[in-house]
Design a protein around this ligand. Structure first.
Ligand code: PMP
Length: 304
């Protein structure tokens, strides 16, 4: 991770190395924290803009609400903080990580502590590699299952829940794949360790519905909108792992992963083994949109 100048911490900017917390911080022990990943891009006109900033901040506060955590900032205040952070670091683009966590003081499982908020930014390139973006990645169905909707809160982006993602991702990467695909407790495809998943079959774009244990991805929603605007039929419906094997195209979406084609799952080539035409069209439009080159999606951007 490349260090930057400042981190926004509880209302003010502090130097990167000064953004520290006590080892007995409650959230560190039990995973009671919520977070976001947001990207800011350099736009075609030479400015910079956050992509879907308010939606991310709303999801952050929604995640905290689900966990009964009181965040002492509004979406407006957090939006201002993100803008201030990017400007103060002098970065034209970067990955922004807001984190709200249960603080230091009381350490029982049910203890209530103040919620602290930190926002950091640093440069972060292609999450699943430039090569993956261009040619597609190899993925593996995980032996770890995505959480049941009554075990964890699937609408919330909770720090502790990411142990499930880490187990799945490490299993896949140690076996030589680039990413894991997790199934739900019934055996249907859910999502990647940090991405939503889409297949294309017979010209129809399909993704698991939000009643599946998947994060309501903001990139997922953007891709669904782009597909609908292109007149591509869209189906939000569960599918099995073998449906992926015989799909024409497969791709993953996420703020970090952007739109990453998947060329192989469990050693089965997907389609031609190269990013398919619908994947490429959606990826192109997504990249144009985040860089301000698509007037119809300009309202997704918050310029700095
Ligand atoms: N699923 C999981 C488990 C994730 O961690 C992410 C990344 N936030 C996503 C899906 C994609 O969400 P988004 O498009 O909002 O980044």
């Amino acid at each position: 991770m490349e260090k930057t100048r400042n981190i926004w911490l509880d209302g003010s900017l502090v130097a990167w190395d000064a953004a520290q917390t006590h080892v007995l911080t409650h959230g560190l022990h039990y995973g009671l924290g919520v977070f976001e990943g947001i990207r800011a891009y350099k736009t075609e006109d030479g400015r910079s803009a956050f992509f879907r900033l308010r939606e991310h901040l709303q999801r952050l506060l929604g995640s905290a609400h689900i966990l009964l955590m009181e965040v002492p900032y509004t979406v407006d205040a957090l939006e201002k903080a993100c803008l201030e952070l990017l400007r103060s670091n002098g970065l034209p683009e970067g990955y922004v990580r807001p984190l709200a966590y249960s603080g230091y003081g009381n350490l029982g499982v049910g203890a209530i502590n103040d919620t602290h908020v930190a926002i950091a930014v640093w440069p972060w390139g292609a999450y699943l590699s430039e090569d993956g973006l261009a040619k597609g990645i190899r993925a593996k169905v995980s032996s770890f299952t995505r959480t049941h909707v009554n075990v964890n809160m699937v609408r919330a982006k909770v720090t502790g829940q990411y142990v499930n993602s880490i187990l799945a991702n490490r299993e896949a990467t140690l076996a030589g794949y680039q990413e894991a695909i997790l199934l739900d407790t019934e055996g249907y495809v859910a999502e990647g360790s940090g991405e939503n998943i889409f297949i294309v079959q017979g010209g129809v774009l399909q993704t698991p519905p939000l009643s599946s244990p998947v994060l309501a991805g903001i990139t997922r929603e953007s891709v669904l909108r782009i597909a609908k605007d292109f007149g591509i039929p869209v189906l939000e419906q569960k599918f099995t792992r073998d449906t992926m094997y015989i799909a024409d195209e497969l791709f993953m979406t996420g703020t970090a992963a952007e739109v990453t084609p998947v060329r192989e799952v469990d050693n089965r080539r997907i389609g031609t083994g190269k990013p398919g035409p619908i994947t490429q069209r959606i990826q192109d439009t997504y990249f144009k949109a985040v860089h301000g080159g698509e007037p119809r999606y300009r309202d997704w951007l918050t310029y700095i």
